[in-house]
Design a protein around this ligand. Structure first.
Ligand code: NDP
Length: 504
């Protein structure tokens, strides 16, 4: 065992489950399975902690969050080792993931007051006697349900922003990555020992469901669209709102004038890094006709050199979720059965728990490898007439999470980016938007709704509070039974002057 970790909270549930190293199946640690009562007790403790946390000043919360960020930065090596062991991803990828999470904690801590703090807003001519104030107050307790593919970065997109907005958090990680989650929660307790502002609850999907049914003020869910529907149904009982970050089927479009070396390099990394288990990973590539063959050659060259494994030199690790290998296999088999060709790898690339790189071409657009999320190190490549056709095919998906465009012409690249119906688009790079903390992150359709990161991400975990304060008597008191017909005529005259002008 790499480490012995205790389960956060006063009482450890009697029933336990192990967490394994996916490359070796070695047991890393065991964790309690939280039942309904355990979850309810954690949420109750969180409500008390939330009052304390919300009563701190913006500055006090900011100082504590920055102290946490500094702790994570100083101990990045230890945490990265644990991420590597529990997910199988290479150590450097684990470090990169944690660094991105650190950038988000920093941004959320430094910007919470500016985005959410009280501000005066214009009250308008009709209500000129009122002083209007807007502020965003914490919701209370946010339940965060996380996935296993980026066990630090992804839940942090909700945790850091929810905490910075003044909420307490109860965190239910995937049953595949409880050790990383426990480390995070314990590290927070090191810098905020006073109250359990961030708590861990562990278990399987049932524990997540108990959290969704509990007295939380909001659920921040990351995972598949199928599970998001179940979580929404559970949340519906208490009318608990939810932000859902689900999967994607991201497309990368290569224009005829694109830097093909850069595009091939980015497509290879976008498709293969983290064994393709990235919600904003590249799964489809559409290439302008004229450069299709040159691009494909370059992509084949790059992807053929990439190797999975659990040694230090491996480019990516094993499939973290054993069942996902079957999905990858089904998608490759379906593509080949419908006339597609594997120009790198193929069904033989599947050597559980590893899957080697696979490039599929001539795959019909209605096959599973094009329409469903594969979440593995495979990519389809297809020629298109131009950027417009690339955009049209990219948009013909029920997902709408991320996308990428490679084009030297700035105007054409930006126009294509705007036309792509995805929450985020990178021009001349891949996934770069995830590292810009001021940009909101989220999707539409089967990719979910709501946003984490940025100012929208902070507001996602706060409730707007509007206040009007009468600073002088109104010229005409409209909200009184003493209002006269003459008062109304004055008002209508004013309204006609302000709003009645004809527009052509
Ligand atoms: P799942 O949907 O299987 O699980 C997500 C989380 O929900 C896990 O913590 C899981 O717990 C929990 N859960 C499962 N069933 C329930 C339930 N009935 N009620 C409440 N919670 C439940 O997804 P994966 O963990 O397999 O993650 C992969 C998916 O997530 C992919 O589709 C991927 O694209 C998407 N994803 C999206 C991201 C984004 O930001 N948009 C980022 C990363 C991944 P347990 O694991 O213990 O079963």
């Amino acid at each position: 065992m790499v480490t012995t970790l205790r389960t956060q909270g006063p009482a450890r549930p009697a029933e336990t489950f192990p967490t394994l190293n996916p490359a070796t199946s070695e047991v890393i640690a065991t964790f309690g399975i939280f039942g309904e009562d355990d979850v309810a007790a954690a949420v109750e403790r969180a409500h008390r902690a939330a009052s304390w946390w919300a009563d701190l000043s913006w500055k006090e919360r900011r100082t504590r969050l920055l102290a946490w960020k500094s702790y994570l930065t100083r101990y990045i090596g230890r945490l990265a080792e644990l991420v590597h062991t529990e997910t199988g991803k290479p150590l450097a990828d684990a470090e990169l993931e944690i660094l991105l999470a650190i950038v988000h904690i920093d941004w959320a801590a430094r910007n919470a007051r500016k985005v959410l703090g009280p501000r005066r807003v214009r009250s308008g001519l009709v209500a000129i006697n009122q002083a209007a104030t807007l502020e965003y107050q914490p919701l209370g307790v946010v339940g965060v349900i996380g996935p296993w593919n980026y066990p630090v970065f992804t839940p942090m997109g909700s945790i850091a922003y929810a905490l910075a907005a003044g909420n307490a958090v109860v965190f239910k990680p995937s049953e595949l990555t409880p050790a990383v989650a426990d480390w995070l929660v314990q590290s927070f307790a090191e810098v905020v020992p006073e109250q359990p502002v961030l708590q861990l609850i562990t278990g399987d999907g049932r524990t997540g469901e108990f959290l969704a049914r509990s007295a939380v003020s909001k659920i921040a869910f990351t995972g598949s669209a199928a599970t998001a529907k179940k979580v929404m149904a559970a949340c519906a009982e208490n009318l608990t709102p939810i932000v859902a970050e689900c999967g994607g089927k991201d497309a990368l479009i290569v224009a005829a004038d694109a830097d093909l070396d850069a595009a091939a390099d980015a497509a290879a990394w976008g498709a293969l890094s983290n064994a393709g288990q990235t919600c904003v990973g590249v799964e489809r590539v559409y290439v302008a006709d004229g450069v299709y063959h040159s691009f494909l050659e370059k992509l084949i060259d790059r992807m053929s050199q990439v190797r999975p494994g659990d040694d230090r030199e491996a480019d990516y690790g094993p499939m973290t979720l054993p069942g996902q290998v079957d999905v990858v296999e089904r998608h490759i088999a379906d593509a080949l059965a419908r006339g597609g060709r594997a120009v790198v790898g193929g069904l033989a690339s599947i050597r559980k728990p590893f899957v080697g790189p696979v490039i599929l071409t001539e795959v019909p657009e209605e096959s599973r490898a094009v329409t469903e999320e594969t979440f593995g190190p495979t990519v389809t490549v297809a020629p298109v007439a131009d950027l417009d056709e690339g955009v049209r095919l990219a948009n013909a998906s029920r997902y709408g999470l991320g996308s990428a465009v490679f084009a030297r012409n700035k105007k054409a690249g930006m126009a294509a980016a705007r036309s792509l119906r995805s929450g985020m688009t990178a021009v001349n790079s891949v996934i770069s938007f995830a590292g810009v903390p001021s940009l909101p992150f989220g999707g539409s359709g089967d990719s979910g709704f709501g946003r984490i990161h940025g100012a929208d991400g902070l507001r996602e975990f706060a409730r707007p509070k509007s206040i009007t304060r009468q600073r002088m008597k109104p010229m005409v008191n409209l909200t009184s039974f003493s209002r006269t017909d003459q008062d109304m005529r004055k008002l209508l005259t004013l309204a006609t002057m302000l709003h009645g002008r004809r527009y052509k």
